[in-house]
Design a binder for this molecule. Structure first.
Ligand code: AHM
Ligand code: MG
Length: 309
């Protein structure tokens, strides 16, 4: 079954506007896959020389993907507004027909582009509202596209997560992971290069995990790839607050809320300090929050190391 067929069959309750948004995402994924596969050979390769709102280097592919997705969404009748990790302020379509707001990180893990490692796109879909600063638990859907050895699109709606593999021969996504549930392996993923910056809670937790002999370490540095492994195999992904970064690194609207929503619909859990990240109202578009997400028992164990746990 193709993604298009699946959406019409299983998400009829979300109406034709939802199907239109998924069509936009599929077309975008095909465009970016084609660019990624020719990275280094095409104009959209390498550093753009510019920086974004966070002061981070913008790769040419970041800028290209951001414009391509944002423009396509604004041209879609189902979309009211779009927010992106690369945009300083959200854009409104002005079409009068839009019923959804979509937030996205067009190319996540962009520091991995030039080494041919997996990168991804993250999206969160919300009902239209006056502001895009909405709690993550108002999302009607969220998901990611993973540009790896094969291209995958995983998305969640309330209560279910399904995954699709792109078939280059048919030029379409085909259902390949039905009703995904978080695995039970014990992989931990964190940038341990930041050890000296970690607070005692992280250090105590990690020391316990390592001494247990039960865990294996895995860390790619592309959130979509790390979350994808955590979802399928099991484990825990952590990007904590530390002594230099009081709110951690990852952005609530563009990375944390969509992937937390997805993980929870697959039976997993997520925590931002001791708070459910989906209960946080973003104070600003570019708000960062600490995050741990993965299988529910491992998140419970992680929480017990928090100062308030
Ligand atoms: P980006 O959106 O600029 O690519 O940054 C987000 C990425 C995530 O994909 C990943 O989890 C994290 O940054 C890795 O950060 P670090 O290199 O500090 O471990
Ligand atoms: Mg990102």
């Amino acid at each position: 079954m193709t993604l298009h067929e699946f959406v019409h069959e299983h998400n009829a309750d979300l109406g034709e506007p939802f199907a239109q948004v998924m069509d936009v995402l599929e077309t975008f994924a095909k465009t970016i896959r084609e660019k990624v596969s020719r990275n280094g050979l095409i104009e959209e390769s390498g550093d753009s020389g510019g920086t974004n709102v966070y002061g981070e280097n913008v790769q040419k592919l970041d800028a290209y993907a951001d414009k391509t997705l944002t423009d396509a969404l604004l041209a879609c009748p189902a979309i009211h507004a779009v927010g992106s990790e690369e945009l300083e302020t959200p854009k409104t379509s002005g079409n009068g027909t839009g019923v959804f707001t979509l937030t996205h990180d067009p190319v996540d893990g962009s520091s991995n582009i030039d080494t041919n490692l997996p990168i991804g796109t993250i999206f969160g879909l919300y009902p239209k509202a006056d502001s895009i600063l909405q709690k993550g638990n108002t999302q009607v859907a969220s998901g990611y596209i993973l540009y790896g050895p094969s291209m995958l699109l995983f998305y969640a709606v309330k209560g279910s997560v399904n995954g699709f593999t792109f078939d280059p021969e048919r030029q379409t996504f085909v259902l390949s992971y039905e009703n995904v549930r978080v695995g039970d392996k014990k992989y931990y993923a964190i940038n341990e290069g930041n050890w000296e910056l970690f607070f005692d809670a992280e250090k105590n937790y990690l020391t316990t995990v390592k001494n247990s002999g039960d865990f294996s370490g895995r860390y790619i540095g592309s959130m979509v790839a790390d979350i994808h492994r955590t979802l399928l195999k099991g484990g825990i992904f952590i990007y904590p607050a530390d002594k230099k970064h009081e709110n951690g690194k990852l952005r609530l609207l563009y990375e944390v809320a969509p992937l937390s929503f997805l993980m929870m619909q697959a039976g997993g859990d997520a925590t931002s300090g001791m708070t459910n990240p989906l209960e946080l109202v973003p104070a600003k578009h570019d708000q960062r929050v600490p995050i741990a997400l993965g299988s529910a028992p491992l998140i419970a164990q992680y929480r017990s190391f928090s100062p308030k746990g």
